[in-house]
Design a protein around this ligand. Structure first.
Ligand SMILES: C[S@@+](CC[C@H](N)C(=O)[O-])C[C@H]1O[C@@H](n2cnc3c(N)ncnc32)[C@H](O)[C@@H]1O
Length: 287
């Protein structure tokens, strides 16, 4: 994923769509690890969004649909879930995963979360797991969720907290930028991985979008993997900004940058494997 720096919004979204179309299969292949990493945070998100049996739920930036299947399970055959995403390729995988799991209550819609082609006041709940921070205009994304929800309906979004509690992302970015000879970047730049981690920012955006009863909960969600190499491999194969930063370098320089990243991330090695600290923000509210 590119950052919105010095890029026209439509170019930025086209680049984001292309990167996620290309990384779709890899993100899907990593579902078991992502699922384990986000297990309790996802359950909390669905509770906070009031996802209940019989509900019609909007899943924004649904990706390959891991949380979509949890929603489908919760709402049951009397309910329904609409999985939306900017990337048609990743949504195809979400649809295939739903079919394979036997859920007949999942539909998909390729759509920019800032301009959802859905009816107003049509949903009982909405969620967005690790997507909103990638929007160049997250306020517009929240306004769209607000428009789509019935009065009193629940919403919950999950985003990364700031750089101080997400040191792996900070290490990845600073090391890659140094190898590419680029200046450091403002972590709050819209569209960046940590862009909604600024204290108070998400609540303020929710308020401006018209939501009420807004509350943000911090969740500790360390990334546990057998080794640091597994984490680096996950980052290398997903639509990460790191790949974009290193794109202009020759093969040897790229390999040196990844080796340096791996070495720096070894500080999170433990006796039982590798554990990268990670903090998430779950923001819940009512329409
Ligand atoms: C980190 S993945 C999360 C996917 C899924 N929610 C999950 O947790 O596994 C981010 C997703 O956001 C989507 N995305 C990025 N910008 C978007 C936008 N403007 N509108 C809708 N989806 C967007 C990407 O295509 C990608 O599928």
């Amino acid at each position: 994923m590119t950052t919105a720096i010095a890029m026209d919004t439509e170019d930025f979204k086209a680049a984001t769509r292309k990167q996620w179309d290309e990384a779709a299969q890899s993100w899907n292949d990593h579902t078991p690890g992502i699922r384990a990493w986000l297990r309790s945070a996802t359950d909390a998100m669905l509770d906070m969004a009031l996802v209940r049996p019989g509900a019609r739920v909007l899943d924004v930036a649904a990706g390959a649909g891991d949380q979509t299947l949890d929603i489908a399970e919760r709402v049951g055959p009397a309910g329904a879930v609409l999985a939306t995403d900017l990337s048609p390729a990743i949504l195809e995988l979400a649809q295939a995963n739903a079919r394979r799991a036997g859920f007949g209550n999942v539909r998909t819609l390729a759509a920019d979360g800032e301009h959802l082609d859905v009816d107003a006041a049509a949903f009982d709940a909405a969620v967005c797991r690790l997507g909103l921070m990638l929007f160049p205009d997250p306020l517009q994304g929240l306004r769209e969720m607000h428009r789509a929800l019935k009065p009193g309906a629940g919403v919950c979004t999950m985003v990364f907290a700031g750089p101080e509690t997400n040191p792996c992302v900070a290490i990845l970015m600073s090391t890659a930028l140094r190898h590419a000879g680029m200046p450091s970047r403002d972590p709050w730049q819209p569209g960046g991985l940590l862009s909604l981690g600024k204290p108070g920012l998400v609540d303020d955006l929710y308020r401006r979008a018209g939501f009420r009863d807004i509350a943000t909960t911090r969740i500790d969600a360390p990334f546990r993997l057998p080794s640091v190499r597994d984490y680096v491999e996950f980052i290398r194969s997903s639509a990460s900004p790191i790949r974009e930063i290193l794109r202009g370098l020759d093969a040897g320089a790229v390999a040196a940058a990844w080796a340096d990243i791996e070495e720096r991330l070894q500080r999170f090695d433990t006796a039982d494997g590798w554990e990268g600290p990670n903090e998430l923000l779950l923001t819940a509210a009512r329409r």
